[in-house]
Design a binder for this molecule. Structure first.
Ligand code: 13P
Ligand code: SF4
Length: 380
């Protein structure tokens, strides 16, 4: 077991080697010592409270070092269910914690380290539930396919959930199972456009939600910054590199079009979820990769595939919501047992769930409907 000083130096070396360019100036020796000290206290409390800490790929490197599992949104929830965790502290954004609660049900206590509004997501804030309900009235029998990056209320008015791993397969299955019915895909327009094109489906069959709501576009504000120009610049600088593109990217459908018309070779560009990027990088013969997703993923790729080189597509691809998770907040959350996501007996509206500084609610009926949509995806 390394001493505190040894772990602080080990983290200092590791974080600066794999993430020094991603977060310049963040990892001083002094800060690494503070982090190592807090991690001791976190481990002690987590053991006492029977908590399993899980963290999304986009979190700061220190979370990758202490989490029992690091991964993508759906993968982590399924992992928590299969691990039979008594309690999970889910370090990510709020909708991911809520998805884990839906999937693990009453068996597992799920905590997030700050309020749902703080651990937000532009996709959640940009979803207009009423617009979707009106779409259903305009399209009787219509089918709604919703990205997992959405709140419980949106999942509850959906027929199928999809993730960035399986979006094209779910969309195809939804269309095949409902012949003649119009399908709405929401809430991410970039994911929607690229998925519809990959599934070979037409605009007549699949409509994409492109609405603006509460000041947010129907997209991930982080991936939207990855435009065709930033990708071209990186391709010029690293002509041998493969492109790993998250389908939420603003450049995704243009890039797919360029692959389809032969402008970019097929074996060069891959549209992948964060976890699929890791699987792909391990098995690809390529030695260099331009990574078009949130910077946090680069640390994981560099650490787990150290023999290859990974370039972030652009400096500004950082999710401020994910980066709200800190060791200080996780410690407070473990010490004070907050904020727990609990089912309530429909005491509130799922679009405005009751939240205080200890708990946040998922109304049980909305939770059941949301889980039915998740189950339809899992069955595909
Ligand atoms: P995945 O990790 O599921 O690919 O999702 C990416 C994302 O933007 C999560 O917020
Ligand atoms: Fe939401 Fe985008 Fe941040 Fe993911 S990266 S949590 S989709 S804002």
């Amino acid at each position: 077991m390394p001493t505190l000083t040894e772990r602080a130096s080990e983290w200092y070396e590791l974080f600066n080697r794999y993430a020094g360019d991603l977060y310049p100036g963040r990892y001083t020796l002094e800060r690494c010592r503070e982090l190592a000290e807090m991690s001791d206290r976190i481990s002690e409390l987590a053991a006492r409270k029977q908590s399993t800490i899980i963290a999304h790929n986009y979190l700061y490197p220190e979370f990758h070092e202490i989490a029992a599992q690091v991964g993508d949104s759906l993968g982590l929830s399924l992992w928590a269910r299969d691990a039979g965790a008594v309690r999970v502290d889910f370090e990510s954004v709020y909708f991911m914690g809520a998805t884990a609660k839906l999937i693990t049900g009453d068996d597992t206590r799920v905590f997030v380290c700050d309020a749902p509004r703080v651990l937000g997501c532009s996709l959640v804030f940009g979803t207009d539930h009423r617009w979707v309900e009106k779409w259903r009235e305009r399209n009787p029998g219509g089918i709604v396919v919703t990205y997992i990056n959405s709140d419980v209320a949106m999942k509850a008015i959906s027929d199928y959930i999809c993730t960035s791993r399986n979006a094209a397969a779910v969309l195809k299955a939804a269309v095949e199972a409902n012949p003649g019915k119009r399908v709405l895909m929401c809430p991410d327009k970039y994911l929607g456009w690229v998925t519809r094109a990959m599934a070979g489906l037409s605009e007549e069959v699949v409509e994409i939600y492109e609405h603006h709501f509460s000041g947010f576009h129907a997209c991930c504000y982080v991936h939207e910054k990855v435009n065709p120009a930033s990708l071209d610049r990186m391709l010029d600088e690293h002509p041998e590199a493969e492109l790993l593109i998250h389908p939420e990217c603003g450049c995704a459908s243009t890039c797919l079009f360029r692959v389809q018309n032969g402008e970019i070779p097929h074996q060069k560009a891959y549209f992948l979820s964060t976890e699929q990027m890791l699987w792909h990088a391990r098995k690809s013969p390529a030695k260099e990769f331009v990574v078009a997703t949130e910077k946090g993923m680069i640390y994981r790729l560099r650490k787990e595939v150290p023999e290859k080189v990974f370039y972030p597509v652009a400096d500004e691809v950082v999710c401020d919501f994910m980066k709200q998770n800190t060791f200080e907040k996780l410690l407070r959350s473990l010490e004070e047992d907050r904020i727990e996501i609990i089912f309530c007996d429909d005491c509130c509206d799922p679009r405005e769930p009751y939240t205080d500084d200890r708990v946040t609610h998922i109304p049980r009926s909305a939770g059941r409907l949301a889980m039915a949509a998740i189950d339809r995806m899992l069955a595909i």
